[in-house]
Design a binder for this molecule. Structure first.
Ligand SMILES: Cc1cc2nc3c(=O)[nH]c(=O)nc-3n(C[C@H](O)[C@H](O)[C@H](O)COP(=O)(O)OP(=O)(O)OC[C@H]3O[C@@H](n4cnc5c(N)ncnc54)[C@H](O)[C@@H]3O)c2cc1C
Length: 548
């Protein structure tokens, strides 16, 4: 990136990552950059206390974005980012404007979508009233069995534990009789992300509050008074409260995963692009959490500030999780560094291990919001706060471990006769390069009479391009000989090894809503399975249709 006389940073988003990045840029690059935020909503929502709101224990705060951006030395433009022309460095918005930039930072968050059919999906402030109603029903004795569920794919499970604990307290305080609470999670241990000490502390709390734990199970559907679990099992419930599954919204001209997330490097650069960064929930980093979002924003801001000429050495993103579990009585502080294979370094204590005890600890955001809201954050850690500092970079292995498996693919319950993907896949998939133009690929797809191409970089599968992507690009009037595969492909595609059973492959395709499933061995593409091909094979074998 060449230094510009006036280096304009456009940040798409008005949430945690966007504000942290704007504040960091102002602090690090001062007058070397101009910063503009573009977001569809005129307000900034501070959501973590949403779980406490129905119980009257906390309140969701919101602030006018125009005021916040002005105070942060940035400008605010209304609109949602819809498309990017990376060659012309232009961002197109939902309100028809085209904004130019030197560097674009996408921090547009993720949208919650219902993951458990029939359940009350708790997305945040929007669902406070529904939870309040449920508590009223509980108090009147109309509801006695509630299950709380973490769906597969939700790595940040803390809010459901908070809801379950606060419901248990609500029940205890009112001395409600015969109430049964259960918690279902695909995690092997409760709040697994926080390590063994965190899990043990939470397990103890669950026992103490009489919440029945169902680990290693994903809730998929609540029907007829039963919550159906995979790999197997059902639990009786009158109501189910579930976390949503998160999805990034589609931004034309940027590579996104099947869930709409942007793959980024440790410096925040979107893979394959030179002037486009991303931070927060919109990235494909599996943990969608405010603290992580601010750390990503800081890493991106440092790289951008250095590119603008600031005298600093950018530090790459190094994730540290911080969480505050609202038990409804005494807050419990948890910390865990995601250490690549460094063993368990977690600690849990009823005393705070972090200070200040903000729910989202952003280096710049926490003190900024504190001053705007007129609350001074204490700066000194209380004495006796024990923490284990571990300086371990998160490596690709650790990220890989955190990535949610689609349902429980690792299970081995298909029987010896189950057909495998390797037996029915096409073994000669069309392979293209990220630098190929869309026009070149369209021609190859026509010649091979195929609707998809696998994108490989140095032999490694990095994306998939389907006829639907081509349609999207051409409908957006991109030029076939200018637009590149790397901008329009689905990045980090869902893929399976050839040993996967066809039944599991069909489940994956159904759950993700995809029709083409790449087959890999050691990250190298070796085949392709089409949905029709897979369902035909499964039907021939079983003679019946397939469900989950
Ligand atoms: C109920 C609940 C409880 C939580 N509790 C905690 C907690 O205790 N601790 C914690 O650390 N985290 C918590 N989180 C997670 C945390 O809120 C998110 O991880 C964090 O807000 C992510 O920051 P972000 O900037 O990526 O996205 P957001 O904060 O969601 O901001 C996204 C912004 O982008 C804007 N936007 C959307 N689409 C576009 C577009 N196309 N173009 C431009 N702008 C766009 C939105 O209007 C919004 O301003 C909780 C989340 C929920 C829902």
């Amino acid at each position: 990136m060449a230094r510009q006389p006036s280096f304009h940073v456009l940040i798409a988003g008005g949430g945690v990552a966007a504000l942290e990045a704007a504040l960091a840029l102002r602090a690090l690059a001062e007058d070397l950059v101009s910063v503009e935020l573009v977001a569809p909503e005129p307000e900034f929502w501070y959501r973590p206390l949403a779980v406490a709101e129905p119980f009257g224990l906390g309140e969701v705060r919101h602030f006018e974005l125009a005021d916040l951006t002005a105070a942060a030395g940035a400008t605010f433009t209304p609109g949602a980012l819809t498309a990017v022309d990376v060659d012309k460095r232009l961002a197109h918005t939902s309100v028809g404007s085209s904004l130019s930039y030197d560097v674009l930072l996408v921090a547009s968050g993720a949208a919650p979508t219902p993951a458990v059919a029939g359940a009350l999906t708790f997305r945040g402030p929007a669902d406070t009233e529904k939870v309040r109603k449920l508590l009223d029903e509980l108090a009147r004795g109309e509801v006695r069995r509630i299950a709380f569920a973490v769906p597969w794919g939700a790595v940040w499970s803390l809010p459901i534990y908070e809801l379950a604990f606060m419901t248990a307290n609500y029940v205890a305080e009112r001395e409600l009789e015969s109430v049964e609470l259960a918690l279902v999670t695909p995690e092997d241990e409760p709040l697994q992300l926080f390590g063994r000490a965190g899990s043990d502390a939470v397990r103890e709390l669950l026992d103490e509050r009489g919440i029945e734990l169902h680990p290693g199970a994903s809730a998929v559907e609540f029907v007829g008074g039963e919550l159906r679990l995979v790999p197997d099992g059902r639990i009786a419930a009158e109501r189910v409260v579930a976390l949503p599954r998160l999805r990034g919204s589609r931004i034309d001209g940027l590579p996104q995963t099947v869930d709409g997330f942007l793959p980024v490097g440790p410096d925040g650069l979107v893979h394959g692009l030179v002037d486009v960064f991303a931070a927060g929930d919109i990235t494909s980093f599996p943990v969608k959490q405010g603290g992580i979002a601010t750390q990503q924003a800081d890493a991106a801001a440092e790289t951008i500030a250095a590119a603008a000429g600031a005298d600093l050495t950018p530090e790459p993103f190094r994730p540290v999780l911080r969480g505050l579990l609202l038990t409804g009585r005494r807050p419990r502080y948890l910390r865990h560094e995601i250490a690549g294979g460094a063993g368990d370094v977690s600690a849990a204590s009823p005393e705070p291990l972090w200070w200040p005890p903000a729910k989202i600890v952003g280096r710049y955001l926490a003190p900024f919001l504190g001053s705007i809201a007129g609350v001074d954050s204490p700066v000194e850690a209380p004495s006796g706060a024990a923490a284990v500092p571990v300086k371990v970079e998160i490596g690709p292995d650790a990220i890989e471990r955190l990535k949610p498996l689609p349902l429980d693919l690792a299970r081995d319950n298909q029987g010896e006769n189950a057909a495998t993907v390797g037996e029915v896949m096409s073994t000669d998939p069309l392979l293209v390069a990220p630098e190929d133009t869309l026009g070149e690929v369209a021609e190859k797809m026509r010649d091979r009479d195929t609707g998809s191409a696998l994108v490989a970089d140095y032999g490694r599968l990095i994306g998939i391009l389907t006829s639907r992507d081509l349609l999207r690009a051409f409908a957006g009037r991109v030029h076939p000989s200018e637009a590149r595969v790397r901008e329009w492909m689905t990045a980090e595609p869902v893929a399976v090894p050839g040993s996967t059973s066809v039944d599991d492959a069909v489940t994956v395709m159904t759950e993700y809503g995809i029709h083409h499933l790449p087959v890999v061995e050691n990250e190298r593409p070796v085949g392709m399975l089409g949905l029709r091909q897979a369902t035909r094979s499964a039907r021939e074998r079983t003679g019946i249709g397939l469900g989950l």
